[in-house]
Design a protein around this ligand. Structure first.
Ligand code: PAF
Length: 274
């Protein structure tokens, strides 16, 4: 992979990189289109990274369909599909992991201990191997994007990190490989995430600026669906992810909810009218 990247670089080509865990959907295809737009060569990686899954999480049951992914990648104009093996990436004796001080201490980082250490470690390794000019990530994983931006700056990676808006199903559900695990009834319940975010956005436009009230409303709606279990609903500063109690500037509303056994996340920026 690195030899190919070096060759592209010698030819003066700009390399875009989209790291994924596969089971590609329209959201990933949008990241690839953005990658194609930014650079001359597009690298897509597929690797279900074991170190970002905690004990009892869905590493083993994470959806996988390698042949379908290959066909989609080819159709999307990917130049290099990089599909490393866990034994190659985490060679025997590997014992170095990245850690970040503040951002992982919020939102998903609280219930997924060590998750962002795993994400940062694999992304840094992939950055070192792929040596891209651009790396494109979805804004659905808002905290991941923030952590990676911070890591890229802190570790002096010469890579432009590009965020891409969340891609949604026609009914609003944020696209995710995990949506494939939902039963029809759970999929219905899953819509309570985007409905809650849209309700909050409307309330903020109507000058309701008390975060707790908005969170209570969202909690009530989501809990009215069977099989939902809220991990968190937060209204916070989009940069620091610290809680914001009065919405007097653009804030991030982020939520994580288990629907059945499937953990879903979504978020939206809420902007008060000035
Ligand atoms: O967002 C993902 O799919 C993963 O967290 C990533 C960035 C590919 C790292 O494994």
């Amino acid at each position: 992979m690195t030899a190919m990247s070096n060759r592209f670089r010698k030819m003066g080509k700009r390399i875009s990189f989209v790291p994924t865990m596969g089971f590609l959907h329209e959201g990933h295809l949008a990241l690839m289109r953005e990658g194609r737009r930014l650079g001359d060569k597009l690298v897509l990686s597929i690797f279900v990274n074991p170190t970002q899954f905690g004990p009892g999480e869905d590493f083993k049951t994470y959806p996988r369909d390698f042949n379908r992914d290959c066909a989609l990648a080819e159709k999307a104009g990917v130049d290099i599909l990089f599909t490393p093996d866990a034994r190659d990436l985490y060679v025997k004796g590997s014992e170095t992991y990245l850690h970040q001080e503040k951002l992982p201490g919020h939102l998903c980082g609280l219930s997924r201990q060590g998750h962002f250490n795993g994400v940062m470690t694999i992304v840094a390794k992939l950055f070192n191997i792929v040596v891209p000019h651009f790396a494109v990530f979805g804004e659905k994983d808002f905290q991941q994007l923030a952590v990676i931006r911070r890591m890229t700056k802190d570790l002096n990676f010469d890579i432009q990190i590009v965020g891409h808006p969340t891609v949604r199903e026609p009914d609003g559900l944020a696209m995710s490989s995990r949506n494939s695990k939902l039963t029809p009834a759970q999929r219905d319940a899953a819509l309570s995430l985007i409905t809650s975010l849209r309700n909050a956005r409307r309330s903020v436009k109507n000058k309701q600026t008390d975060s707790n009230q908005l969170i209570d409303k969202a909690t009530e709606l989501i809990q009215s669906y069977p099989e939902t279990k809220i991990d968190y609903i937060k209204i916070c500063d989009p940069e620091t992810l610290d809680d914001v109690s009065n919405i007097d500037r653009p804030v991030l509303m982020a939520l994580a909810v288990k629907v059945g056994k499937t953990r879903l996340i979504d978020n939206m920026i809420l902007t008060p009218d000035s």
